[in-house]
Design a protein around this ligand. Structure first.
Ligand code: BG6
Length: 490
């Protein structure tokens, strides 16, 4: 990899910190979301207007509880994000372990409701600021650059309940205040930032629900996204004003789509999938304006967006400095009948007979990563960072305490080799943060047993465990990879 390549790992506040109601933190949606599994959805829980408890499938991040109901934590349910892996109280030890592996960068997110418990306050919660400052100073001690996601699936619950979340334009101002606080309070400690994690999930989710997502759902999704685009652009502008050294990126859920057949209808469908799922958000955030094909996407579902001239100005002025994305899999797009369907990470499609699948049904496709890197670099010519990539797998702790995870090593080996190839082909790839460098709560299923880490955490799906940390075989392997700047993958 290029000199100074930023090797590291990534986590997110709601999946790692725990301490959900400690030191003034307010709740987020993940705090009223139960655990699930590969076959059982997570549920969002509530008390209805007659005082009766209830739950609805979480469906990611946009489902609605009945009229008059209030989100609630129910006594006989388990909420894995409440304690997560208690990074809040373990951050010093965890960062020391990252430093042992040689991390140059550590991606994490700031919990919005830790800084603004309800989201609409005029001033932030000082305890929250103190916590993140301490974390960043700990990184600084080891020469690790923090990479901070300002939003990672955790709008304060109060804003969801009282303002109807991102449907409301006011969220732009609340987010702007939150982002400004981050840039000002953490100035000099943080240089690399992301505005919204996997911002394109909102459109990907529409695809997942197939025909059940009609005009209303599309209208809502595109308007929410527009509010997030403006919020992101304003944050980029503020970030640049506060510190000219800040490097701020978009963050896209990156999936490589392939046409299922050479039927021209499949070729067009595949192109449209790229446009809707991947390019729509990337174009707005990198080029500062809506792409030509946006009109087709809106017309398809009779979407009429409320966009002001000031919004357009913000979008044009708030373009990002780098393109960052997560990459876990590729997916097949076809207009033909499909009998064998697979799904994962906000996408679904036909099974690809040339690929293998993880225990959670995610397609393992390292070459798809190279395809994505080259395609995106060609489109935007901005520095790229892969800020999530990893294998969720079952791990076994041996009697002697060892954890042998050759499957994870193999996964990373193949993906890093493809990144290297893309770099040689001219892609300006500047960093790589593997997902869940330490085991954490799965966003999709709420499980602990879907483990991603180089570091094992003794915490289980039923909430039991000591929270003790131990090194897996992949820990030592990744250390070697970083030491050799990616040359030694054996
Ligand atoms: C991405 C998210 O979608 O994928 C992460 O940004 C998430 O928050 C990761 O954890 C892996 O997904 P999962 O469902 O296995 O946790």
């Amino acid at each position: 990899m290029k000199k100074g390549f930023l090797w590291g790992g990534a986590i997110a506040a709601n999946q790692a910190e725990g301490a959900w109601n400690v030191d003034g933190r307010g709740p987020a949606m993940t705090d009223v979301t139960t655990g699930g599994s590969v076959n059982e959805p997570r549920y969002v829980t509530y008390i209805d207007k007659d005082g009766k408890p209830g739950k609805i499938p979480a469906h990611g991040h946009g489902s609605k509880i009945p009229e008059g109901a209030k989100y609630a934590v129910l006594e006989d349910e388990l909420y894995p994000n409440h304690d997560a892996i208690d990074f809040y109280h373990h951050y010093k030890g965890d960062i020391a372990l990252f430093a042992q592996m040689g991390f140059k960068i550590f991606r994490m997110s700031v919990s919005w409701s830790r800084l603004y418990p309800n989201g609409d306050e005029a001033t932030p919660n000082q305890k929250g600021i103190e916590f993140y400052r301490n974390v960043f100073k700990e990184c600084q001690k080891y020469g690790i650059e923090p990479l901070v996601s300002i939003w990672h699936f955790d709008t304060p619950l109060y804003l969801e309940e009282n303002y109807d979340g991102w449907n409301n334009r006011k969220l732009i101002d609340f987010y702007e205040r939150f982002a400004r606080t981050c840039f000002e309070e953490f100035k000099g400690l943080v240089k690399y930032w992301l505005t919204f994690n996997e911002i394109n999930n909102t459109v990907m989710m529409l695809n997942l629900f197939g025909n059940s997502a009609g005009a209303k759902e599309h209208q809502q999704a595109y308007q929410q996204l527009h509010h997030q685009f403006v919020a992101s652009a304003r944050a980029v502008k503020i970030g640049h004003e506060v510190d000219g050294n800040n490097m701020i990126g978009c963050m896209i859920c990156g999936i490589t789509f392939y046409p299922g057949t050479c039927d021209p209808k499949d070729i067009i469908a595949n192109r449209h999938m790229w446009e809707k799922s991947i390019f729509y958000c990337g174009d707005v955030q990198c080029k500062g304006k809506y792409p030509t094909f946006a009109k087709r996407l809106w017309d398809e579902h009779d979407v009429k967006l409320e966009i002001t001239d000031a919004d357009l100005k913000d979008l044009a002025e708030g373009t990002v400095d780098m393109y960052t994305f997560s990459y876990y899999m590729s997916s097949i797009v076809t207009t033909h009948e499909v009998n064998d369907k697979v799904s994962g990470n906000f996408s679904a499609g036909a099974r690809n007979e040339y690929l293998q699948y993880s225990d959670w049904g995610w397609a393992l496709d390292p070459i798809g990563l190279r395809y994505y890197l080259e395609m995106i670099y060609d489109r935007y010519e901005l520095p790229l960072m892969v800020v999530e990539n990893g294998l969720g797998a079952f791990d076994t702790v041996e009697e002697d305490g060892a954890i042998h995870d050759p499957y994870r090593i193999e996964y990373f080996r193949m993906h890093i080799a493809e990144m290297e190839q893309a770099y040689r082909n001219g892609v300006d790839l500047i960093g790589y943060t593997t997902w869940g460098c330490i085991d954490l709560v799965s966003a999709g299923t709420g499980e602990m047993r879907k483990r991603y880490g180089f570091i094992y955490v003794d915490k289980h799906d039923d909430g039991s465990g000591t929270m003790a940390r131990s090194k897996k075989d992949s820990f030592y392997w990744y250390k070697k990879v970083i030491e050799s700047n990616g040359a030694d993958l054996d």
